[in-house]
Design a protein around this ligand. Structure first.
Ligand code: GLN
Length: 484
């Protein structure tokens, strides 16, 4: 195996024993990018100073600029292009920010700098993270590494594809309604959305501020825990960040799930779900039973309202967050005859179709006279959805569902039908509305070799519970078969 195909924990062992250097890994990643990126297009920007970063890393370690305990030093990591990096172009996949260079680092970037990672570049995404296929990027679509002509999922499609195509060891994404878990599922990698408040959103270009979370993509569950350790923690610059201790998530990786109670929501195994996806998930559940877990059927009765609720809350927050892009302080600008004319021209030219659709939907839902009927009502339903989970989590430890109702769909298949596209998030959205953590791990392939993902949802701040079950399952599935 080439170095760029290994997991971070495997590479770390070799680095620590001085069998390899960070430069060796960087060179392997660069070689892979040179060979495959033209077919995948995982990146919007690839940094040309990767080797320089690798050259400096040992000095940084010895001089104490990098945390000596870090398991991430010298490891190449890709960053979704809605996470601000000081001096590096950050576009959010939009024309309106095509020339935006942030003057500061997001908190997660500061943390990764302290952990000594090598930054590879900024990954492709749906414009402002609006989408489930990475097709709404102003920079062109990303292609699923599993199959030509298929989407990688979205909105963090570039981050998922970069790891799946061995163009990165790890990557960061953001998840507002499924944007980490769904592409992880479609590309066959691990992706986690932490509990709302676990990871700082400072420096993340806001989409739906009450829903957004940054999280890791990785090849396996161990790497997910390692990266989550580095990202988590309280940050006074994000008022929704929660001040509670961060456990060592790698300690949750025990293989032992005897007696763990798993809930299977009956509302998630509905008509319309792809037969191969259903079968793979059912098989995974059987496997977990054989490993000693106790499986019970549960009900989340307000599930049917989740998509509608999300598309009111998320668009309302998006329309308000996007008001700042007016051609004045930063980003794209088109001159006009007056300031209002300039605003109009800048926004008409700078935003794509989906962004405009969301601004209109959200502005309507928030407008005087409609606020109570839409935004207020959606927030009441959101509370009911959260309470569904609270009730169930009094009885079970984790909930298992498919991550996505279908495997990777064809490029163009859903682009002209927003409702169809919105429905691809039917299993992931509720976790964001409730603020709970969720992971997607590979649980099989279709007969056409398209990856299938298993979603594990947990209680608020119980990322450990999720990782424990994910790890136990992975130990079986890693050997090439996805069930006992
Ligand atoms: N696909 C969902 C949407 O379009 C979720 C996106 C996300 O999580 N950023 O809003």
């Amino acid at each position: 195996m080439e170095l760029n195909e290994l997991a971070c924990h495997e590479l770390h062992e070799k680095l620590a024993k001085k069998e390899i250097t960070s430069m060796d890994i960087v060179k392997a990643v660069e070689k892979q990018i040179a060979a495959t990126e033209k077919n995948i297009h995982a990146y919007i920007t690839i940094f040309d100073d990767m080797e320089e970063q690798a050259r400096k890393i040992v000095d940084k370690l010895t001089s104490g600029q990098v945390d000596k305990e870090s398991l991430l030093w010298g490891i190449p990591v890709a960053i979704k292009d809605n996470i601000c990096m000081d001096g590096r172009r950050t576009t959010a996949g939009s024309k309106i920010l095509h020339n935006f260079i942030p003057p500061y680092d997001a908190t997660v970037i500061e943390k990764l700098k302290n952990a000594g990672v090598i930054f590879i570049g900024k990954t492709n995404m749906d414009e402002f993270a609006f989408g489930s296929s990475t097709e709404t990027s102003n920079f062109g679509p990303t292609i699923n590494p599993s199959r030509e002509g298929r989407v990688p999922g979205g909105s963090s499609g570039g981050s998922a594809a970069a790891v799946a195509a061995d163009e990165a060891i790890l990557s960061l994404g953001s998840d507002t309604g499924g944007s980490i878990r769904q592409p992880a599922s479609l590309c066959g990698v691990v992706g986690m959305k932490p509990t709302y408040g676990r990871v700082s959103r400072y420096g993340l270009i806001a989409f739906g501020s009450s829903l957004d979370q940054i999280g890791p993509f990785s090849r396996d569950v161990t790497d997910c825990a390692i990266l989550l350790n580095a990202l988590s923690g309280y940050d006074s610059r994000d008022s929704t960040s929660v001040n509670r201790p961060v456990p060592d998530y790698t300690k949750a990786l025990t293989k032992n799930i005897r007696g763990v109670k798993i809930g299977i929501p009956k509302e998630y195994f509905i008509e319309g779900i792809n037969a191969e996806v259903k079968k793979a998930v059912e098989r995974a559940i059987e496997t977990l039973k054989k490993l000693g877990a106790e499986v019970v059927e549960i009900s989340l009765p307000h599930t049917e309202y989740a998509v509608a609720t999300y598309y009111i809350v998320a668009t309302a927050e998006a329309s308000s967050n996007l008001a700042r892009y007016d051609g004045v302080k930063y980003g794209h600008r088109k001159e006009g005859t007056s300031i209002v004319d300039m605003y109009g021209k800048t926004r008409a030219d700078g935003f794509g179709k989906e962004a405009k659709r969301r601004i209109m939907l959200g502005t309507y839902a928030l407008s005087a006279g409609y606020y109570d009927a839409y935004y207020l009502k959606a927030n009441k339903v959101r509370t009911l959805i959260r309470q569904d989970f609270e009730k169930v989590f009094a009885k079970v430890d984790v909930i298992i569902t498919p991550t996505s109702p279908t495997p990777a769909f064809k490029i163009g298949e859903k682009l002209d039908d927003p409702l169809k596209m919105y429905l691809s998030d039917i299993f992931t959205i509720s976790a964001n509305l409730a603020g709970i953590p969720g992971i997607s791990i590979p649980c099989g392939l279709t007969k056409n070799d398209l990856p299938i993902g298993l979603q594990i949802l947990g209680k608020h701040f119980d990322e450990e519970g999720i990782l424990r079950v994910a790890y136990a399952y992975e130990q079986i599935s890693k050997r090439g078969f996805y069930g006992l």
